[in-house]
Write a protein that binds this ligand. Sequence first.
Ligand code: GDP
Ligand code: MG
Length: 215
Amino acid sequence: MGCRSSKPFEDTTDEIRIAVVGRTGSGISQFIHDATGSYKHGVSNQTALRPFTTEITPILADIKGFSPSVKVVLIDTPGFDFTRGNSEHDKFSQLAKWVKHRYGSKARLDGVIYIHNIWTEELLNRPPLLTSDALEYICGPNWREKVVFVSSHWNERVRDDGNEREVLLKENYWSFMLAKGSQMTRYEEPERPEKAVEILRLLVGGLSNQKKELR
Ligand SMILES: Nc1nc2c(ncn2[C@@H]2O[C@H](COP(=O)(O)OP(=O)(O)O)[C@@H](O)[C@H]2O)c(=O)[nH]1
Ligand SMILES: [Mg+2]
């Protein structure tokens, strides 16, 4: 993928940092729990009414199937909530500030996993994601190649089978991102560690080698 062959990271840490973002309740913390096998306390109770994750939290994890030399940090984030006026852009800005504050001004994020509950309709009515100064600032100019859009909650099928919703997202909200190298996949139900790791692999791929070469 382009992001691995282009300009090296200014940040020479061998840690691979991936932020997980999305709307509250979409399954951000659940995904981190499933990928890491820990962090159960970070996942909200299904019946919780309020946002459960209120702080940006890095989780250093041994990912099953990854070499022990690959250090992955998954960054849990409070969800955005369009109805309360805090959009994805506000949250991306907070994330960018947090990354620079925590890891230093030259620090980079290696990837962003954007989780979306397939049954919530709001993204279908929102303007497509085209730009993000904040993500560009922390992921670099080819930031779009480092973003994976992951639809979740497929197992909560209500009316239709969800396929049409996915197509609409592909053709609208996410189309520009896909054209510029972002990826899109499903996380069909929680407690699927293998699938969660497969999604991480979409981002990690050859990245660990690139990081080592820089040392
Ligand atoms: N049915 C179903 N429940 C899920 C899925 N992903 C997460 N959940 C549940 O939804 C609730 C909210 O998940 P959580 O990860 O805490 O949400 P977030 O961190 O605010 O995005 C938890 O009870 C999860 O177990 C999914 O794909 N399907
Ligand atoms: Mg959470």
